[in-house]
Design a binder for this molecule. Structure first.
Ligand code: HEM
Length: 155
């Protein structure tokens, strides 16, 4: 039962994170392209602040639930007198998952504060450049996330 709850939390948090990136990348950004830079960049700063707050919680839940599931399986193996060997797909998921969290940390704690400062200073060229960096790294995480889901589910 606990394992199923952990897995449900894990998958729901992944959906919020990866689904949110797809929404921002493919639907929100193109729809805002017609706005003037002051409106577009201010709106993107505010939308991303809310989204990154939710993703911060989601990444914590993804990592905690994932490691907790691994811990439970390892403990059960030890109680049954068996040795625990990490399945290959769990190793790949942990490695790529931690890489995605590191990239997100970079976006949230390095680029977003810069975007905020540039918008507050009405420095639109600087804000546009930082937003392009954010878009690039969100794109990297989106590709990693989709590839990882396909690997884990189809593997
Ligand atoms: C530190 C990071 C992570 C760890 C330790 C971890 C660990 C796990 C574990 C132990 C399971 C249960 C597998 C099973 O019961 O067969 C699982 C399921 C899953 N994980 Fe992760 N995970 C991590 C990150 C991610 C990320 C970043 C994604 C996607 C972007 C992801 C997507 C999934 C999916 C879709 C499942 C369900 C697979 C299925 O039932 O077929 N995980 N994860």
């Amino acid at each position: 039962m606990t394992y199923l709850v952990l897995k449900a939390v894990h998958v729901l948090a992944v959906m919020l994170w990866v689904g949110g990136m797809a929404f921002a990348h493919f639907f929100l950004r193109p729809a805002l392209a017609t706005l003037a830079p002051p409106q577009r960049l201010t709106l993107m700063r505010d939308v991303l602040r809310r989204f990154f707050g939710a993703v911060l919680v989601a990444t914590g839940l993804v990592v905690a639930s994932g490691l907790w599931m691994i811990g439970r399986v390892a403990r059960q193996a030890a109680q049954g007198g068996d040795s625990f060997a990490w399945p290959v797909d769990w190793i790949v998921m942990t490695a790529v998952g931690l890489l995605m969290v590191a990239i997100f940390g970079h976006i949230r704690f390095r680029f977003h504060p810069r975007l905020s400062r540039a918008v507050d200073a009405s420095d639109w060229p600087a804000a546009g450049a930082v937003l392009a960096d954010i878009r690039r790294w969100v794109g990297v995480n989106l590709v990693l996330g989709v590839a990882l889901i396909l690997f884990v589910v189809v593997h």
